[in-house]
Ligand binder design. Structure first.
Ligand SMILES: [Zn+2]
Length: 286
């Protein structure tokens, strides 16, 4: 049986993995416009892996302007069922250099689209208009302009998280197997008071992208799990001004660890989905 492709969202450089062969760059159009960039199609052994740089290859798309819906829809069009999102985060209870596989989130986004299903305002597209017997739950809900209240009791895919946590153990990379990711809209960094607030309500790390991806993936019945690399202390915890140089430098230092986890995950991947993600729309469509 053909192995299912895996999707990775993360910074450029991640796909320079040993044993990974770049095949081509794939441009994908979606009913929501253009994804952040072309998808880098690579192969690890028998398996195809698609990489997408969240902020574009030139890092010219700020977090609040990333076309999250297009990015996630693009993976679906490429046949991806499981996505791993890699991102740099600020540390609230975790220190620079730590890696977290989050299992919960707090979402303080303000002005970005958070759903594919906008009822009567749902985008119209020929992509949704295919014979009824070929329509899955996602296409049906979109075609009929349904309203969906997706369940996020398990915010990140438990099975994909498990694969990542085990992979990290196998290659002796320490990761925190639990953690709460707080999303702030950005692109500015947070104030000390905001970080104190986030700490009080249980946040471990803070970032600007991941919860949006996780929710949109769930809405398409795709699996999504994250790898958070703590690149700096969050505001108020750090005693000095935060700079992007610091973030980039720490991310670079830790990219090797992330690559090790990813390679081991590719080797131990399970195609059969035992999680609830694949049925996420059941019972949630109005
Ligand atoms: Zn899943």
């Amino acid at each position: 049986m053909e192995k299912k492709p895996i999707g990775i969202i993360g910074g450029s450089g991640l796909y320079n993995l040993e044993g990974l062969e770049v095949i081509e760059h794939v441009k994908v159009d979606t009913p929501w416009g253009e994804p952040s960039d072309e998808y880098v199609k690579t192969r690890y052994g028998e398996r195809v892996i698609y990489f997408l740089p969240r902020h574009g290859r030139n890092h010219d798309i700020p977090p609040h302007r990333v076309n999250y819906r297009a990015n996630i829809w693009g993976f679906r069009k490429l046949g991806v069922e499981r996505i791993i999102g890699v991102s740099a985060v600020g540390g609230i209870t975790k220190k620079p250099g730590d890696i977290v596989i989050p299992d919960n989130f707090l979402d303080f986004s303000k002005q970005r689209p958070l759903t594919f299903y906008e009822g009567k305002y749902t985008v119209k597209s020929e992509e949704f208009d295919i014979p009824a017997e070929e329509q899955d739950r996602v296409l049906l809900a979109l075609f009929h302009g349904k309203v969906v209240h997706i369940d996020v009791s398990r915010p990140f895919c438990p099975q994909t998280r498990e694969i990542l946590i085990r992979a990290a153990g196998d290659v002796y990379v320490d990761v925190y197997p639990h953690g709460t990711y707080a999303l702030m809209e950005g692109p500015r960094l947070e104030t000390p008071a905001e970080i104190q607030f986030l700490k009080t309500i249980g946040a471990d790390v803070v970032g600007m992208t991941m919860t949006t991806e996780a929710v949109l993936a769930r809405e398409l019945e795709l699996c999504y799990a994250g790898i958070n690399v703590v690149t700096n202390w969050a505001a108020g915890i750090s005693t000095h001004k935060l700079t992007t140089e610091e973030v980039v430098a720490t991310m670079r230092e830790n990219t090797e660890k992330v690559k090790k986890i990813l390679v081991r995950a590719f080797e131990t991947w399970q195609d059969e989905r035992l999680c609830l993600c694949k049925d996420a729309l059941k019972g949630t469509v109005m």
